[in-house]
Design a protein around this ligand. Structure first.
Ligand code: ADP
Ligand code: MG
Length: 728
């Protein structure tokens, strides 16, 4: 029987290109057409209902039941005009994916007919039986109720899959007793915290007209694509999202000929179709290109308000995976689907914008604006320095562990890159302080001394996990498969905390007679001096950096079970509880869930690698070995001298050695997994999976990859790297 590998190759060579037709040649003709946006609301809601939604979005005001009924009715009419039959609350449970449960609009009435119905309470709140979502002990199965509640700040949208059209209403997801069971609820709290703190700082010191601040986020998404036929012939890709075995191809990314190269036509057609779907959903995709590794690509939308940007990124991942299948392709969102070539990340471009148009991270041209810029800029640096471990924890997952610190991925050390120009601005800024303290204490620092800052946008450092790029910070260590909310909850909370502390300290100085600008400058200088250890301009990939970082006292936490501990340290608890992002129970539940998630991921990988080794690798090795043994026996029978088949004997021995290694590996996998499972404490269990179980994968892999090199190509049933990585 022909193996899946060869039938896959056959199939791929004969795949036709699937051409794609867009609804119009002008994207603006269909952009947002499946979104209940401002335009649709104006058409389908009466004035009162429209204004209620707008003020809920703008000022977080509650919508009463009567108004909710009106909004629901308008939303239903709009949806029905688009051929929609069902609606769902769309939420983001801690599984990392999105969840939906569809209900039909249709409702039977007394005379045996039916009407289309969608009442306000169905819009505002639903009660999915949610007992199977991760809850970290917050709900036992007896109290399985969980509530989803409408988030009016993210507009409802229609998902079209084949002939099914569903109205999706973005919601938060909380337990019966009110604890968050999702990403969105704490995210909204963190955004609110930082926005309030930013308004307070701006309006008190820089511009009293500031009454609104918005976090903006632009998420670059990296991903791999493989042909679906290969995907189905690789149980590891199917079940774990990454290849657990596989020898690196002779040609990988050394020639750097993939990066920014011509997109293969099959992939381009896929891109065209998924972009079209995204545009209908209002996802403002702007860029697409090949990434560094063969088979790797990237897309990025225009930045949006952070909550919306995250909803859109979650949707984008769904749309990509779904559309790819129609093209006979599979999108791999895993951080490290292939060993030995680059992994995938999700750069989070982050800034805060006041009153809708002033980017607080944009250095202005006037000293006045510069002081505001320096405040936000230095507070961000200080926040990262103070809470580096918590920030590290926010990106910790089993899959991102493979990427951080590996091939061309940011290290696990949290440092900040600001570029040469800003480095010298900050250095001048503090040396000024020294000069001044030497001369006369009465001279106050003249605000005009703050230099004009004109940024050179080309100052780039690809190796930093957290880099300033012109008018925004780019958090690059976030993993490609992550829900960015996790990272954004933490980043915005620590920024909120820092801005609040800043405000308190400056106010205190002012209260004791220091002039406002002097108080600000003094505080910022202290911040800079106490946090400049976190600044690093060099090569983040180099080993020297790890040594240097250690000297500076920066942590370098390489594994998830260890990194997650930062969530429950006293320091982190304080900042998360103070800002009311989580309460103690929620935080502990979340910690538990994340450790559990880690354990489950590694446990599945252990089972899959065991399965692959036992049912793919060993049979191929033994078959090849016995073929050689037969040839040796034949030669011996023909009376040939041993020197004629010495090489074959050595080959048999070498294969035997690798078989033995794999066999031992399988045995220790079983023992170590059993030991790990016997540990009651979740963190200890996670540590055991990390330090005892996972290292065995490498042993098995090494032996298997050597066998792959020697064994007759025809006997090897798993698609090889060279086949999967170079798409036709
Ligand atoms: P690069 O690969 O050079 O970083 P991209 O164009 O791929 O550039 O991505 C940059 C991302 O940063 C885009 O999503 C862009 O919209 C976003 N961005 C630009 N300015 C801001 C800002 N002020 N706040 C947040 N994101 C921003
Ligand atoms: Mg970038």
């Amino acid at each position: 029987m022909i193996s899946l590998r060869f039938s896959a190759i056959e199939k791929i060579l004969n795949r036709p290109n699937i051409s794609v037709k867009t609804p119009s040649t002008k994207i603006s003709d269909y952009f947002n057409s499946n979104v209940f946006n401002d335009f649709a609301m104006k058409n389908f809601l009466d004035k009162e209902a429209y204004e209620a939604v707008v003020s809920a979005i703008k000022h977080g005001e509650n919508i009463d039941r009567e108004m909710a009924n009106q909004v629901a009715s308008g939303m239903k009419n709009w949806a029905i005009s688009h051929g929609v039959t069902h609606f769902t609350h769309w939420f983001q449970p801690l599984t990392g994916t999105t969840a939906e449960k569809h209900d039909a609009f249709f409702d039977p009435v007394e005379d045996g007919r039916a009407i289309e119905k969608f009442a306000g309470n169905a819009l505002v709140q639903q009660e999915p039986d949610a007992s199977s979502f991760p809850n970290g002990g917050l709900r036992n199965t007896f109290e399985a109720r969980g509530y989803t509640a409408w988030d009016p700040s993210s507009p409802a949208f229609i998902i079209e899959i084949e002939n099914a059209k569903t109205l999706c209403i973005p919601t938060i997801f909380v337990s019966y007793t009110g604890e968050a069971l999702d990403y969105k609820a704490p995210l909204l709290k963190a955004l609110n915290a930082v926005e309030t703190a930013a308004v307070d700082v701006c309006s008190s010191y820089f511009d009293k007209n500031v009454n609104k601040a918005t976090v903006s986020l632009g998420i670059e998404q990296e991903y791999f694509i493989v042909d679906q036929a290969f995907f189905h012939a690789r149980p590891d890709l199917m079940l774990t999202g990454r290849t657990l075995l596989g020898r690196a191809p002779e040609k990988g990314q050394q020639l750097e000929d993939h990066y920014f190269g011509t997109v293969p036509p099959r992939v381009l057609n896929f891109m065209l179709e998924f972009e079209t779907e995204c545009y209908k959903l209002g996802i403002p995709l702007k860029t697409r290109h090949n990434e560094v590794a063969p088979g790797q690509f990237e897309c990025a939308p225009n930045f949006e308000e952070a909550n919306l940007a995250i909803d859109h990124n979650q949707l984008l991942m769904d749309v990509m995976e779904r559309v790819a299948k129609r093209h006979g392709l599979e999108v791999l969102l895993h951080e490290k689907p292939f060993a030995g070539v680059n992994g995938s990340g999700k750069h989070n471009n982050w800034s805060i914008i006041s009153n809708g148009n002033v980017n607080l991270f944009a250095p202005g041209k006037t000293p006045h604006n510069n002081l505001q810029f320096l405040t936000f800029f230095i507070c961000a640096i200080k926040a990262v320095h103070t809470h580096a471990d918590l920030l590290r924890a926010s990106i910790a997952t089993a899959s991102n562990d493979h990427r951080l610190g590996a091939n061309e991925a940011p290290p696990a050390i949290m440092s900040v890159f600001i570029g040469t120009q800003l480095t010298s601005v900050l250095n001048d800024f503090v040396s000024e302080n020294k000069k001044e303290s030497k001369t006369a204490s009465k001279t106050s620092i003249n605000i005009k001394k703050i230099p004009e800052i004109l940024l050179d946008n080309t100052d780039r450092n690809r190796t930093s996990p957290f880099a300033f790029t012109g008018n925004k910070f780019e958090f690059r260590a976030v993993g490609s498969s992550a829900n960015c909310a996790n990272a954004m909850i933490i980043l915005n909370t620590i920024m909120a905390e820092q801005l609040k502390l800043f405000k308190q300290e400056v106010d205190e100085l002012i209260k004791h007679g220091t002039k406002k600008d002097d108080a600000i400058l003094k505080t910022l200088k202290e911040y800079y001096l106490s946090s400049k250890n976190v600044l690093f301009e060099g090569n983040g990939y180099g080993e020297e950096w790890a040594i240097e970082a250690k000297k500076r006292g920066l942590s370098n936490i390489k594994t998830t079970p260890e990194a997650l501990n930062a969530y429950i340290s006293e320091k982190s608890k304080k900042v998360l509880l103070n800002n009311k992002i989580f309460d103690e129970r929620e935080l502990e539940a979340r910690y538990e869930i994340m450790q559990e998630m880690y354990i489950k991921k590694i446990e599945i990988e252990a089972k899959v690698i065991g399965q692959l080794a036992a049912s793919h690798v060993l049979p191929a090795a033994i078959e090849f070995q016995s073929r050689i043994a037969k040839s040796v026996a034949n030669m011996k029978a023909a009376g040939l001298a041993k020197s004629n088949y010495q090489t074959q004997i050595e080959l048999i021995q070498m294969i035997a050695k690798h078989i033995a290694t794999i066999d031992e590996g399988l045995k220790s996998l079983a023992i170590e997994a059993k030991n790990a499972n016997s540990l009651k404490n979740t963190q200890k269990r996670a540590m055991a999976y990390c330090n005892k179980v996972k290292p065995i994968f490498d042993t098995i892999r090494k032996a298997s990859d050597s066998l792959e090199f020697f064994i007759d190509d025809e006997l090897w049933k798993l698609p090889k790297y060279r086949e999967m990585l170079f798409l036709k």
